[in-house]
Design a protein around this ligand. Structure first.
Ligand SMILES: [Zn+2]
Length: 439
């Protein structure tokens, strides 16, 4: 059997508390050994493939629990092939795709069809999050057992908050029996009321409708209450307000099985960036996302929550949109930006800024998200899947429209100086992205 050896690198694997020079031996799609330099098992034999990781860092393949692949129905924006190519280029080996597609992933046959497309065209592992309510309308529960049988790996109504507390409570208790994590987009639509920015000085100054922080925080409070009563496990998506973070911290202290994620854009930007980027045609629509960018104090609270363990995962909310859709002006353009190809350097930037240490940064992109959703990923322990990201932390680069793997271009980080990039991405021991090959 052909082996792949990743030699000479600095291995950082927080799942094992490991940071040091190690040789990585992959065979049969699994990690065969992770050993000290010079160990006999890591000596190249005839037929081995050797990847030189001299001067590079070797980490478990990155895990993104919040991605929009836009398939079925919006493959002009993305699709399984392009979305997973972007993932591989960003160092990700497992992504969880959201159900707000056309049609919505609320029926077993739609999930089955998508799983077929994934089996044929995906470059990395894809876990399908099915809709927990019919049509994502939050009124009537989907047939969760049938969705699980069709291969759904998680449940979510992402894109919307689940209006009915009874429906969400049911998903929590039935999801627990089925082994499916419940991912929640916390938004009370009566409070957000069509706002396109965070309500406050910036929205007022731009004359655009805002949504108050309570649209998220009130819903987080409700959902934590449901969790306490219904049981199961709750994962809160893309938290953006200081109050939500405080609620989750308190819930965790009280022992509730809740996890949460933050996006690179909520960690790196705030509402002042919307104002700074506003031209005569209004603000840059690549700064329109839901939840909207918060106040500086919200961002600060998120950064503290990253460091103290309240936040379990950095997830991108990778949300491709065609150029024409984002060109409609701030009020009408759809919410969301790309994330897969820039998450790694943006996260490493938080280490350089002194927000988190390196081990924590890697954990937030690997074992953190994997554990939050109960996925068998995010570790290089012997026997684990041979999913690996080999990265050059010192590589300075800029994302350009010509090199984006995603089918869309909607990111505020286009052309911005970035530091750190995946050089090789391996899934099941197979190289699915090589920077050398694309140079
Ligand atoms: Zn969402």
């Amino acid at each position: 059997m052909q082996r792949t050896l990743v030699l000479g690198g600095r291995v950082i694997d927080p799942s094992q508390g490991l940071d040091g020079r190690r040789e990585l031996v992959l065979s049969g799609g699994r990690v065969e050994a992770l050993c000290r330099p010079g160990a006999p098992v890591a000596r190249p034999r005839q037929g081995d493939r050797v990847l030189c990781a001299q001067g590079l860092w070797v980490v478990p393949g990155l895990v993104d629990v919040h991605v929009h692949l836009r398939e079925p129905g919006q493959t002009r924006a993305e699709g399984v092939a392009a979305g997973t190519a972007a993932a591989a280029a960003g160092g990700f080996t497992t992504v969880v795709c959201m159900p707000n597609t056309r049609p919505v992933l609320d029926r077993p046959e739609v999930v089955r069809r998508l799983r077929g497309a994934i089996a044929r065209r995906a470059r990395v592992r894809v876990v399908v999050a099915a809709a927990l309510s019919l049509g994502l309308e939050g009124r009537e529960a989907s047939d969760l057992e049938a969705l699980a049988a069709a291969g759904a790996g998680a449940l979510s109504d992402d894109g919307r908050g689940t209006g009915s507390g009874a429906v969400l409570a049911q998903a929590l208790s039935r999801g627990a029996r089925l082994g499916l994590a419940v991912l929640v987009h916390a938004e009370d639509h009566r409070l957000s009321a069509g706002g396109v920015l965070r309500a406050g000085p910036v929205a007022r100054r731009l004359g655009l409708p805002g949504q108050p922080a309570s649209a998220e925080a009130a819903r987080v409070a409700r959902d934590l209450g449901l969790l306490a009563r219904a049981g199961g496990r709750l994962h809160l998506q893309h938290l953006s307000t200081a109050r939500s973070v405080r609620l989750v911290r308190a819930a965790k202290r009280a022992g509730l099985p809740v996890t949460c994620e933050a996006t690179p854009h909520h960690l790196c930007l705030d509402e002042r960036d919307v104002l700074a980027g506003a031209g005569p045609g209004g603000p840059d629509t690549n700064l329109k996302m839901n939840p909207p960018l918060g106040r500086p104090a919200d961002r600060q609270a998120l950064l503290e929550a990253l460091a103290d363990g309240t936040v379990d995962a950095i997830a991108t909310d990778h949300a491709p949109h065609p150029r024409a859709a984002k060109a409609q002006g701030f009020l009408r353009a759809p919410f969301g930006i790309l994330g897969l190809e820039t998450a790694l350097p943006l996260t490493l930037g938080l280490v350089r800024a002194g927000v988190i240490d390196l081990r924590r940064a890697v954990a937030l992109l690997t074992c953190g998200p994997a554990r939050a959703l109960g996925l068998p990923a995010g570790t290089l322990a012997p026997g684990a899947a041979a999913d690996v990201c080999v990265l050059d932390a010192r590589l300075a680069w800029r994302l350009t429209p010509g090199q984006v793997r995603s089918r869309s271009r909607n990111t505020p980080f286009m052309g911005v100086p970035l530091l750190g990039r995946a050089v090789y991405t391996l899934v099941g021991g197979r190289v699915v992205h090589s920077l050398e090959a694309t140079r």
